[in-house]
Design a protein around this ligand. Structure first.
Ligand SMILES: *Cc1c(COP(=O)(O)O)cnc(C)c1O
Length: 415
């Protein structure tokens, strides 16, 4: 290890020491012990780590709510959990007043439901959807599938892959034929933080609606959905919200659209005004409840609440400040030891246009990641040649980022 690498680890240790959110890391289940201990986890943007409180809560749900109260728990607490938890996510993380956010399904299914809902509300003649080639595959596939299903046209944006969609690119394509603009607030590969307020305004000026995917931003960056007059949003709960693998997603539908009667296409019994009447026809429940389709995933929702609690105690502004500091530190470390070794930076340098991960590129990264995983240093690999260092502000320490960058440099020298 060179003197430069050592100073990187020393600097990281000092930053951890001074970190006002350091106490949050202790709230997580320790990642292994002894020889199996994870030395650096840098994939909280793909699968967040579990909180200790979640282990206890799951045990309680199994032994008490499910094991003892049994079917009575539906009346006692489960029927309202999707909207109760949705309201909490909305208030603490999304800037959404109550009655507009619901927890249900997966992001993929909610994307389908919300895009279809937007299209069924679109005036005649608005038959085009704007989306971008750098968005997460499921977003592109779902929108393309609906376009084929309904005979719509797509306006594809092709942003810079190391950055993302800019307001002027959206302004150039929206017009009186545009029904909907579907974008991610933070790009899953580059971490580009889109200008959500400006793009929403541009879409509205053209008479179109916006659907923001918050999968890579919920829990780390504010969206201020109400203040920005966002129409629709979806997001994931197993990334920065630490809900656990397959935990259900959330959907936001602005009150004005709910009041205007916007409808989603999967009219199941759980979104019915009176599910237990089991009547002959579907009568939608009032408000956001009508966006539920089937029986909610109660066990999958248990973990989400714990991160919302922790995020509320930490404060979203402090979380965002640490996220910026972590990505800033990681990019400085990149400049020190990885740029000289030919590694490319796939994330922008402007902190206010960046989410909470850093993307790096090198032809040898497939092998490097395989070696790192064997050493219990866990970033993720994205085809064809990218490492993403996911920096989850509640759980990630600066020393974890420093260790990963240092080992990547050493492995590039060795191979
Ligand atoms: C993670 C992610 C998804 C995942 O969708 P699932 O239905 O949970 O598999 C979708 N969109 C984006 C932008 C994501 O980052």
């Amino acid at each position: 290890m060179s003197a430069g690498d050592r100073s990187l680890l020393t600097r990281a240790a000092a930053l951890d020491e001074a970190d006002p959110l350091a106490w949050c890391a202790d709230a997580f289940v320790p990642a292994g012990e002894g020889a199996q201990v994870v030395r650096a986890y840098l994939d909280g943007n793909s699968l967040g780590r579990p909180l200790r409180a979640t282990a206890a809560r799951l045990e309680h749900v199994v032994a008490h709510d499910w094991g003892t109260r049994l079917i009575r728990s539906w009346d006692e607490q489960w029927m309202d959990l999707p909207t109760r938890l949705g309201d909490r996510i909305g208030r603490v993380l999304l800037g959404a007043a109550p009655g507009q956010t619901v927890v249900a399904d997966s992001t993929t299914v909610l994307l389908y439901k919300l895009v279809r809902a937007a299209m069924s509300a679109a005036p005649a003649g608005r038959t085009r959807i704007v989306l971008d080639s750098e968005n997460f595959p499921t977003d592109r596939y779902v929108v393309a599938g609906i376009a084929a299903e309904l005979g719509l046209e797509l306006d594809w944006l092709h942003p810079d892959p190391a950055a993302g969609v800019r307001p002027e690119e959206v302004a150039a394509v929206v017009d009186e034929r545009t029904a909907l603009v579907v974008l991610s607030q933070v790009a899953y590969k580059s971490a580009w933080l889109a200008d959500l307020p400006a793009i929403t305004q541009i879409a509205h000026d053209a008479g179109a609606l916006v659907l923001w995917d918050l999968c890579h931003s919920a829990g780390v960056v504010a969206a201020d959905l109400d203040a920005n007059q966002v129409d629709l949003a979806v997001g994931c709960s197993y990334k920065f919200l630490n809900g656990g693998p397959g935990a259900p997603a959330f959907a936001y539908v602005a009150r004005r659209h709910l009041e205007a009667g916007m409808r989603q296409p999967i009219q199941g019994w759980m979104g019915h005004a009176q599910p237990f009447v089991m009547g002959p026809e579907h009568v939608p429940a009032p408000g956001i409840r009508s966006f539920i389709s089937g029986t909610p995933a109660i066990l999958g929702m248990a973990g989400i609440a714990d991160t919302v609690d922790l995020a509320e105690r930490a404060g979203l502004a402090a979380i965002r400040a640490k996220s910026v500091a972590l990505t800033e530190f990681t990019i400085e470390a990149y400049d020190d030891v990885l740029a000289p070794r030919g590694v490319r930076l796939g994330t922008v340098r402007e902190a206010d246009r960046r989410g909470s991960h850093v993307s790096l590129g090198h032809d040898r990264f497939r092998q490097v990641v395989a070696t790192l995983w064997g050493e219990h240093i866990v970033p993720d690999f994205r085809e064809p040649d990218a490492i993403r260092l996911g920096l989850a502000p509640l759980s990630t320490r600066y020393t974890e980022a420093a260790l990963a960058v240092t080992r990547i440099a050493e492995l590039l020298d060795a191979s």
